[in-house]
Design a protein around this ligand. Structure first.
Ligand SMILES: Nc1nc2c(c(=O)[nH]1)N[C@H]1C(S)=C(S)[C@@H](COP(=O)(O)O)O[C@H]1N2
Ligand SMILES: [Mo]
Length: 378
């Protein structure tokens, strides 16, 4: 009797296991892509010491692709997750709330799953907008909760395997005809959910998939907006680096034969060009034409051993991105430059004047601007 009083009644097909399976299938794919590409991003940004020297600097566009997919699949997951939660929310009212120990465990694992999934999608989405309205640091928490989400998805798939199997195909097991409950209402809902996921993807993915840049209605960034046709994440003013003048600037390179170079000296070393993207972790990316000195040449100049890596230190005095490290593969890649020029012009202050690091297959946060010091690491 109590259940009747407390529980609204849900009879619609749109709240049944078949709809939940159909939407869950797409959501599962989005989560899988998001999780795998997130792991790649994490390893590139925080590699374990044993892996760091061998992190591959190719393909040039590798991180651009994986991080573009990470943000696109996360954005597509927003309407999919909302639709999935709407489909299953009547279960909140099922009675009795707990039927057995097994049932209690299952329900609590679903609570963890929902909380972790909502947390990941929401924090990731706000991060693409560079908005951090929380007291913890984003990267470690987003990373840790990703494992919680992945574990609870696996558990959920295992628990629900019989239902998923029964509703996966177009036809119910044992029947040749479509089940009669597969009516137009379900098809309309699925079409609407697919359209919503498609719409948010098309209107945001242009921030990294530049052929679609004309449609970036909902994207926080347009790949063309910024000095020299390239977006800026943190301006020189925001980073507090002030005006760095050519006559006062010095680059220090440490190593067996340390040296200090003026900007003129750097300009007189052999210059190379490379077409490389900046691929920001927040989801925008853009290829540009860079020119400058090879990091490998600078390592040669100070007599660094062939297996050396490099730590780049910015003239910026505060901020999480003022230091970056690269292992051997990046350091000796002929495309890894200490860039002086961007798209045929001298670097602007916001792009790191007088010199900034640019390397292939590398997260934007590690492409250090306003470099004042290169330290050989072995
Ligand atoms: N010193 C320093 N370098 C930095 C940053 C920073 O805040 N400080 N931001 C990084 C981030 S997050 C990105 S995406 C790129 C952006 O490069 P751009 O402004 O030249 O496009 O620079 C990176 N280099
Ligand atoms: Mo970034």
């Amino acid at each position: 009797m109590r259940s009747r009083l407390l529980s609204p009644r849900f009879n619609g097909r749109l709240h049944d296991a078949r709809t939940a399976t159909s939407i869950g299938r797409w959501l599962g794919i989005a989560f899988m892509v998001c999780f795998a590409t997130g792991l790649i991003s994490h390893v590139l940004q925080h590699p374990p010491a044993w892996l760091s020297p061998d992190l591959p600097s190719r393909p040039v566009w590798g991180y651009r692709l994986t991080q573009g997919l990470h943000v696109a699949s996360g954005v597509a997951a927003v309407p999919l997750l909302l639709a999935k939660l709407w489909t299953v929310y009547p279960r909140l009212f099922s009675w009795p709330a707990v039927r057995s120990v097994r049932h209690a465990l299952e329900r609590s694992s679903v609570a963890v799953l929902v909380a972790a999934a909502v947390f990941e999608v929401a924090t990731g989405l706000l991060n693409t907008a560079q908005w951090y309205p929380w007291p913890f640091s984003f990267v470690p928490v987003h990373y840790a909760v990703a494992w919680l989400a992945a574990g609870s998805v696996l558990l959920h798939l295992a628990v629900k395997a019989p239902e998923i199997r029964a509703h996966w195909g177009r036809r119910s097991p044992g029947t040749l005809a479509l089940p009669e409950e597969d009516g137009p209402d379900r098809r309309s809902l699925l079409a609407a959910v697919a359209a919503a996921a498609g719409a948010v993807t098309v209107t945001t993915v242009g921030q990294s998939l530049t052929p679609l840049k004309g449609f970036t209605l909902l994207a926080p960034r347009h790949p063309d907006h910024g000095p020299s046709g390239l977006p800026v994440n943190r301006t020189a003013a925001a980073a507090g680096v002030g005006l760095i003048t050519a006559d006062r600037f010095r680059l220090t390179v440490t190593g067996p034969r340390p040296c200090t170079l003026t900007l003129d000296k750097l300009r007189n070393l052999p210059q190379y060009e490379a077409r490389l993207p900046i691929a920001c972790v927040e989801g925008w990316s853009k290829s540009a034409r860079w020119a400058g000195v090879r990091v490998a040449d600078l390592l040669g100049l100070v007599g660094a051993p062939p297996h050396a890596g490099v730590r780049a230190v910015s003239l910026e005095t505060h901020g999480g991105y003022r230091v970056s490290e690269m292992g051997r593969e990046y350091a000796r890649d002929p495309l890894t430059l200490l860039a002086l020029r961007l798209n045929g012009e001298e670097l602007t202050p916001d792009h790191g004047y007088p010199v900034r690091l640019i390397a292939p297959n590398r997260p934007g946060v590690l492409q250090t601007k306003w470099v004042g010091r290169l330290e050989v690491t072995v």
